[in-house]
Design a protein around this ligand. Structure first.
Ligand SMILES: Cc1ncc(COP(=O)(O)O)c(C=O)c1O
Length: 369
């Protein structure tokens, strides 16, 4: 490499490499590994979505960066039907090639840099930090904004329901975040990819009238179809909210060719228009969660938060790498909590994204005396 330096040197080591040996141990189990480390869907894509994908497979032209009006209207309608979010114009919706790429690029796309501060949750999806580091901003981990003292952030991430903790932030908490951000001129990016996966109680969007009084200024809600519609392989998500911010993101992304492929747009339109497959998937996860949760409690784990989302944030009150070993002895692989921030060091993240057969195997192994 030239003396210019490698961009990757700005970034943390890829954390999954650090669990290779424990993965090998789990894989050596005679009954095979039960991999509960990665939140990747395992249930098939609904036929309705596959048909929509195939129906436009012959179309040769470039798609638009803004996406079709049908797609953006379907997103607006789905947000209203599923979550009661109102007041979004289809122009203020922008499809993205999976939300990970948006998050990794967001600080940069918003023009943030050296002097700016990005706030991320204390234990957080790692890509929030990656996006900030790629833009060269400072990063602070904070759940309570008073922790920040006099510093004024440029961008604040919230993630409710959370990956990895499954914690849901209430209306009051979100209102305080919005008020704090407005006082300081910060943008709030609310990652809502688990909003449709609540188990106890409800989770609200940052764009909910109860949270922002109908004013979307400075607010962005990020929605992924990966988990709720099993579309992780398609790379399908969108961002909605402040019309001026969405227009700015669109402008920059147009120049950079950040277009969602046209057949994926058609698939997304179908997925957003149908609540049946989404409800079925939620019930699959609910059943898996119930048996896995009971088995973990029987095995002596404590489960914190986890009232929503696809993870059981679990602890045996010991360093997470010891828990990882204990699970690997039983052929089960989890993600260590320290992947998500220093305060996760005594937790492991156990996903619900495995087949019924693999979840049953995990339950047998956890409850064997
Ligand atoms: C909190 C959170 N945000 C964003 C993503 C990215 O999802 P995708 O890129 O599949 O839309 C994930 C994926 O696991 C996630 O957990």
């Amino acid at each position: 490499m030239s003396a210019r330096g490698r961009v990757s040197s700005l970034l943390p080591d890829f954390p999954w490499d650090t669990i290779a040996s424990v993965k090998a141990k789990a894989a050596a189990h005679p009954g095979g590994i039960v991999d509960l480390s990665v939140g990747t869907p395992v249930d098939p894509v609904d036929p309705l979505i596959r048909a929509a994908l195939g129906s436009v497979a012959e179309v040769p032209g470039y798609p638009t960066t803004h996406g079709t009006l049908e797609l953006r209207t379907a997103a607006v309608d789905a947000l209203k039907r599923r979550f009661g979010i109102t007041g979004i114009d289809p122009a203020a919706v922008l499809p993205v090639i999976g939300t990970k790429e948006l998050i990794a690029g967001l600080p940069r796309l918003l023009g943030l840099g050296g002097g700016d501060l990005v706030v991320i949750p204390e234990v957080a999806y790692p890509t929030y930090e990656v996006g900030a580091l790629l833009a060269g901003t400072q990063v602070a981990r904070a759940d309570g904004l008073t922790q920040l003292g006099p510093r004024s952030p440029a961008l604040i991430y919230v993630n409710s329901p959370s990956n990895p903790t499954g914690r849901v932030l209430g209306v009051d908490h979100l209102r305080k975040v919005v008020a704090y951000a407005r006082e300081r001129g910060a943008i709030v990016a609310s990652d809502e990819c688990y909003l449709g996966l609540t188990w106890d109680g409800r989770a609200v969007s940052i764009l909910d009238h109860e949270v922002c009084d109908g004013d979307h200024t400075g607010l962005l809600a990020i929605h992924s179809l990966s988990k709720t519609s099993n579309l992780a392989s398609y790379r399908a998500g969108f961002v909605a909210g402040d019309p001026a911010l969405v227009a700015e993101l669109l402008e920059v992304r147009k120049h950079s060719g950040m277009m969602v492929p046209f057949p994926i747009q058609a698939a997304m339109t179908a997925a957003l228009g149908d609540d049946t497959h989404e409800a079925q998937q939620r019930e699959r996860y609910r059943a898996r969660r119930e048996v896995l949760r009971n088995a973990l409690l029987t095995a002596g784990f404590r489960i914190d938060h986890s009232e929503a989302g696809l993870y059981l944030w679990s602890t045996r009150g010991e360093p997470c790498r010891s828990t990882l070993d204990w699970l690997a002895d039983r052929g089960i692989l989890a993600a260590p909590g320290d992947f998500y921030g220093p305060t996760g060091a005594e937790h492991v993240r156990i996903t619900l994204t495995a087949t019924d057969e693999r979840i049953a195997a995990a339950v047998r192994r956890l409850t064997a005396i």
